[in-house]
Every structure is written in structure tokens, then in C-alpha cells.
Ligand binder design. Sequence first.
Ligand code: SF4
Length: 214
Amino acid sequence: MKELSVQAFDSFDGNVAIQIEDMPALACHQGCAACCDLRVAATAPEILLIAQYIVATRPALFRIGVDLADRVARDAATTSGLDDAQRLALRQPCPFIENGLCLVYRARPLACRGHASFDKAACAEAVVDLDHEALVSMPHFLVRCVVQNALLASLRDAGLAWGLYELNSALNLALTNPDAEATWRAGGDPLASASIAGADALETAATFDAIKFG
Ligand code: SF4
């Protein structure tokens, strides 16, 4: 779990660094959470890793009055089933934001890593109007797509649930089901009800096969 996600994150970081070598500095900075009210799509290993992180950090965060599992449950109650536009219209910050900082930053999913901008004004436009998504950094977006698809394809090859899930709804499922990780490792899909209906799964599978078999 951890290994799979860390490998994907390392691959993302290494490839993005090469792609943006000659580009200006990012406008993203610590304390800016401008894009953290968008819907986040993540894979099962990323979600299960964040669930582990929340459980491991719970006692320490509890001491400063933060209960991430409770925040996730409350967020899921209001955002489950919303599409991108509905989630954006809610203007509800991600439950991991605290004083502008992401409390799961080291474990944040590829979708968050891949949303970056070189231009603060363009970023502000992109988060109020999804049609302006092209204003975010294309190298980050494209590398995220490549790495995320490689991860999905390898999960499928391994016979594991390989869809994309809405981050907080899926996390709530993982945090409230002690058997979630074991069920997923055994080939089940304990996060199924948080699945994001995106591209047709059969079509995506056919694309993966076409790439693999040439
Ligand atoms: S996980 Fe972190 S980076 Fe991603 S949307 Fe939530 S607060 Fe922002």
C-alpha cells in the first residue's frame, strides 16, 4: 500500500521536476489552499494510505483539538455523490485544511500534487470556473495523468479494484470499516459506493490493453 503510493509519488515528483526545469517558479506556496475545495479523485492505495496516516496521527492531533476522522465523516455527509461542478459550487474547503495548511500533505494524493499553477491570477480563475482548468500547470496535469493511469493499470493487472474514488467519501468508508484494506487486498471493492463515474471502465480497460499489447 504505502510502497505503491510512495513509488507513484516519487515517479510524479521526478518526472515533473524534469518537465518544469526551465519554467518559472510555481505560484503555489505554503499556506495557500485556493484549490482545496475542488472534488478530489484518488485510487484505492492512495485512500488507504491516507486512512492509515489519519489513524496513526489521531492521538497527536487529538491533543490539539483536531479529529480528522470526524471531519472526514462530516465532509462526506455533505459532499458524497456530488460531481465536480456541484462540489465546487459548495465552496467547502477540504477537511484537511487547517490554517491554510494541508494536514495530510506528505500523503496527499496525485490529484492534489498534479494541480499546480505558475500564475496566481490564472489559478484563481481556474478554481471558480472549471472551464479554465487549462490555466493550471500542464506539466503537472499531464504527469499526474500518466502516473495515475500507470498505477490504475498495474492495479488492474494485479486483479485489484482499480477505479477512481471521491477522496473524502472513500476515506470515510475506509475509516469506518476495519476490514477495508484486507477486503481490497483480497480483490474486493470496499470503496465502491464512493466510485467516481468517469470514463467508461471497459473503454479504459481496452486502452490499457492496447498500450500493453501494442
Ligand atoms: S488533501 Fe490536502 S492538498 Fe488535497 S485538497 Fe485536501 S487539503 Fe488540499
